[in-house]
Design a protein. Structure first.
Ligand SMILES: Cc1cc2nc3c(=O)[nH]c(=O)nc-3n(C[C@H](O)[C@H](O)[C@H](O)COP(=O)(O)OP(=O)(O)OC[C@H]3O[C@@H](n4cnc5c(N)ncnc54)[C@H](O)[C@@H]3O)c2cc1C
Ligand SMILES: Nc1ncnc2c1ncn2[C@@H]1O[C@H](COP(=O)(O)O)[C@@H](O)[C@H]1O
Lengths: 309, 258
């Protein structure tokens, strides 16, 4: 059976998805730096957990974790090493690739036992299959692409004590500033995303988008025109230079559907649009669209949703 | 302060893009432009130079036509450029490209390397960390603000639910998101001046790289097939004549979202 290493950064959804994909390929050994990650690994069927303690690692960017993962990969010699396709995952996969002199793929939406990976390229317009021809199957997994399925196990745990080398202390995390999204799910991980664009017209009126999102248990997103105008914080931008989302339901209100926006949402399962311009490109890709003023349509929809709940 | 900016020419993401018969990004049939985030990298470098002095050098690895992108950066205000071009580079994967870029960077003196957070065509967002590994230089990536801080830099690394303030010694590599600035347009004067700015064109042999180490033959990954995803088509579009909101809720109910 193939040996699969999986980096489990936290107990988030993309970690669970990565573990699920790993399990479909062979026997999973998870690398966890904290207890929540270790319990997630158990919940998602890891046969083994490397429970790493690296005193001080959290005070530095990427390097200490990269060194731990490189050491472990060298020691274990896995057939595949999977990481969640987050910014951290991409940074780590690059470090691993150079250290192991291995080919690698980013943002795979699937990987089979023969090592054939699928990827969405050109903003989702083209699907490719690829193979790594040198080294191990080293890849990051696209968030939302795999259905996370629990498979509780009782993994063997090996404690790994790692000291942080001086050379790994060059990029210090001087301060962490959290801007919590309240009770809403994270944008990249949400099953429902309700986004507003320039058509929302002001920061105050984004409250309407938030209310729709809350009624549907979803996250709030925004187009770049909306974030640039200061209607909503930048970190909620969906699109090519923002977050890529792939929810079950994507609601676009007052968004025209520019190609850079579509790049971040066109693999959503169901797309719904509200726009007063019948020619807005967003309608061409929507499963359901209402041509109308979002300030009429959304409050009425909200009322109806509340009624039906 | 010597700043190097890494820019990559890519097919315009606003137009249809495709892979060619060899399953490589089709750059001949495309309208090629500077990588979108790379414009922000150039702007960030120019602003640092304007505030602290020094020189901005642009480095690119790409085919002949990438000289258009090089010109554009010089017109924006970069001082000089290095363009690595060699037929043997075609088909290189990210690992090989990083080898070439690292060799080109090895010939330069720099305090700071600025890149885009990800390229528009591959969207991998790995090059800065591949280079960090090869050059042994610290990397602080995905940032929305760069400041000089004593002998080092202080940046804001953007993440999903906030940001981290990172400090690093120089030389260092940073990569930037589009939240960092608004790239300038090049002036007519800038475009004229660009024609006289030095562009060094280097081949693989200038960098001491054997052609067999890069290109399609050396690639550690191989694209086996490419299929166009069927374009999404419009479903039911209704005009709101007073009942649009209810129709929307009805659709959501049928689809079991409520
Ligand atoms: C390098 C680069 C990267 C980019 N990255 C991104 C990205 O990541 N994400 C992104 O979103 N964009 C991105 N863009 C910008 C993109 O090109 C568009 O400009 C942007 O998506 C437009 O946002 P919008 O649809 O909200 O605004 P607009 O295009 O102005 O559309 C507003 C829409 O709202 C409708 N409207 C107005 N009022 C109402 C109302 N009362 N009721 C209903 N409808 C109404 C209008 O009919 C219109 O269709 C990028 C651009 C570049 C160059
Ligand atoms: N061929 C190249 N030449 C110069 N810079 C590059 C090249 N490829 C990537 N880069 C830089 O690395 C960044 C990230 O690229 P990528 O890892 O391909 O997404 C880009 O925005 C560029 O700044």
């Amino acid at each position: 059976m193939a040996d699969i290493l999986v980096y489990v950064p936290n107990s988030g959804k993309s970690a669970a998805e990565t573990l699920t994909l790993g399990r479909s390929l062979g026997q999973v050994s998870a690398v966890a730096f904290d207890d929540s990650a270790a319990s997630l690994a158990a919940e998602y069927g890891a046969a083994k957990v490397y429970r790493v303690t690296a005193e001080g690692a959290d005070d530095y960017f990427v390097d200490p974790k990269a060194s731990v993962l490189i050491d472990l990969a060298g020691r274990v010699g896995p057939d595949a090493f999977l990481l969640p396709g987050t910014d951290e995952g991409r940074a780590l996969v690059a470090r691993l690739a150079v250290a192991l002199d291995s080919g690698f793929l980013t943002d795979v939406s699937g990987l089979d036992a023969e090592g054939t990976a699928t990827q969405d390229i050109f903003a989702g317009a083209t699907v490719t299959t690829s193979k790594i021809t040198k080294g191990i199957n080293l890849a990051t997994v696209k968030p939302g692409a795999v259905n996370a399925e629990p498979a509780p196990a009782e993994p063997e745990t090996e404690a790994v004590d790692a000291a942080v080398a001086e050379t790994d202390k060059r990029v210090k995390i001087a301060e962490r500033v959290d801007e919590p999204a309240g009770d809403r799910p994270g944008l990249a991980e949400a099953d429902v995303v309700v986004s507003g664009g320039r058509g929302v017209g002001s920061a105050e009126d984004f409250a309407l988008i938030e209310r729709v999102a809350d009624a549907l248990g979803g996250a709030v997103g925004a187009s770049r025109a909306a974030t640039d105008a200061g209607y909503y914080p930048h970190k909620f931008q969906v699109g090519q230079t923002g977050t890529t989302v792939s929810p079950q339901l994507y609601v676009a209100a007052g968004i025209s559907g520019a190609i850079q926006h579509r790049a971040g949402m066109q693999t959503s399962r169901v797309i719904v649009a509200v726009n007063k311009d019948v020619d807005a490109p967003i309608f061409g890709m929507s499963d359901f669209g209402v041509v109308g003023d979002l300030f009429q349509v959304l409050p009425q929809a909200l009322e109806e949703i509340e009624k039906r709940k | 302060m010597n700043i190097v900016v890494l820019v990559k020419q890519v097919p315009d993401s606003g137009l249809a893009r495709r892979l060619d018969e060899q399953l490589r990004v089709d750059r001949n049939g495309a309208n090629n432009v500077m990588g979108e985030l790379d414009e922000y990298a150039v702007e960030a470098a120019l602003q640092l130079k304007e505030a602290h002095g020094g020189e901005v050098t642009v480095v690119t690895v790409g085919p002949d036509q990438a000289s258009d992108t090089v010109r554009k950066t010089l017109a924006m205000g970069a001082d000089k450029a290095v363009h690595v071009v060699d037929d043997a580079i075609a088909g290189s994967d990210a690992l090989a490209t990083s080898k070439i870029l690292a060799a080109a960077l090895g010939r330069l003196e720099y305090d700071l390397i600025v890149a885009g957070a990800e390229s528009t065509d591959s969207g991998m967002g790995v090059m800065p960390h591949l280079l960090a590994a090869r050059l042994g230089v610290p990397a602080a990536t995905g940032v929305r603000k760069i400041e000089l801080d004593g002998d080092g830099i202080k940046v804001e690394h953007q993440r999903d639910n906030g940001y981290d303030v990172l400090t690093a010694s120089l030389p260092a590599i940073v990569s930037v998101w589009d939240t960092i600035n608004t790239p300038r347009y090049s002036s007519l004067k800038g475009i004229m001046a660009a024609k006289r700015k030095p562009v060094e064109t280097l081949s693989l042999s200038d960098l001491g790289i054997d052609p067999s180490e890069v290109g399609a033959g050396a690639a550690a990954t191989e694209v086996r097939s490419a299929t166009d995803r069927p374009e999404r088509t419009a479903g039911q579009i209704v005009a709101d004549e007073g009942e649009g909101g209810r129709a929307l809720a009805e659709f959501l109910a049928v689809e079991k979202f409520i």
